[in-house]
Design a protein around this ligand. Structure first.
Ligand code: ADP
Ligand code: MG
Length: 260
């Protein structure tokens, strides 16, 4: 499998001295399912958002599909971003619009400005949106307003929108942090099956270690902006978890260390 994403000594410093990514180097291959774990403030969001340049890095290079995204601007940057879908903790839907309109927004990166502004989606795009919504069990809610959905349903729309974009890489920042355990399981199962079917690589920030272990082929542990673990789920020992979180496992089980 080819290398899809490469970090070369990436440093991110906020302000003059807040180091969020401390010399991060790694490669992620096509189709990999990678979970990123680590305590609050360890750099997970910064890592994820630097990939599509939502956050500009301070030093180093980030290559996507062989292209250095760090120095791209304008149209070239938009072309790179098209390959990267995003799923957010708080869904980021347009709540006054319908479910299908939100999903069609995934196509905006492929449309000329005016067509996008006027919402002139092709019949093919509309059919694809309906099909994806069907796969996610939302076929009966296509014309409902996004504001009327439950949290789990909103996140399914978020996933549908990202898949509609036809990405090579999907970035998910705490996609289940606002959901109850049963909706979380539904969302992770759906996310997993959608990306496996399409061979999309996925990077998911999670604070639930058990979820990371269950779904991913690879886990990256961040602590204070450094990669302190990079391996298979079965290699992630209790000792290593304590090292990543800087606290005992007992504390972790009590949920004592995290923001939800
Ligand atoms: P995580 O997602 O793991 O909680 P973040 O990437 O949000 O971690 O944050 C990493 C570090 O960078 C933290 O110390 C945080 O306080 C700092 N940080 C994040 N965003 C900003 C910002 N916009 N300005 C200044 N510091 C920031
Ligand atoms: Mg975060």
């Amino acid at each position: 499998m080819g290398c899809l994403l490469k970090f070369n000594n990436v440093v991110k410093i906020y302000g003059s001295d807040s180091v969020a990514l401390d010399n991060v180097s790694l490669e992620i291959n096509e189709g990999e399912f990678v979970s990123v774990i680590g305590p609050s403030g360890s750099g997970k969001t910064t890592f994820l958002r630097s990939i599509n340049k939502l956050i500009p890095i301070t030093k180093g290079e980030i290559y996507l599909d062989g292209e250095n995204i760090s120095d791209k601007k304008g149209r070239a940057l938009r072309m790179c971003r098209r390959k990267i879908g995003m799923v957010f903790q708080n869904y980021n839907l347009v709540y006054r619009l319908s479910v299908i309109q939100n999903v069609l927004h995934g196509r905006l990166g492929y449309m000329t400005g005016l067509k996008g502004i006027l919402g002139r989606y092709s019949e093919k795009d509309k059919k694809t949106a309906v099909d994806i919504l069907g796969e996610l069990g939302l076929q009966d809610l296509i014309y409902n307003r996004a504001s009327d959905l439950s949290g789990g349903q909103k996140q399914r729309v978020g996933i549908a929108r990202s898949i509609m974009q036809n990405p090579q890489l999907l970035l998910c920042d705490e996609p289940i942090a606002s959901l109850d355990p049963s909706s979380s399981k539904v969302i992770m199962d759906m996310l997993y099956s959608m990306i496996k079917k399409r061979n999309i690589a996925c990077i998911v920030n999670l604070h639930q270690v058990d979820v990371a272990k269950k779904y991913s082929t690879r886990i990256i542990g961040l602590s204070k902006g450094k990669i302190v673990f990079d391996g298979k789920p079965e290699e992630l020992t209790d000792n290593m978890i304590e090292k990543i979180y800087g606290t005992s496992l007992d504390n972790l089980m009590l949920g004592g260390n995290e923001d939800a």
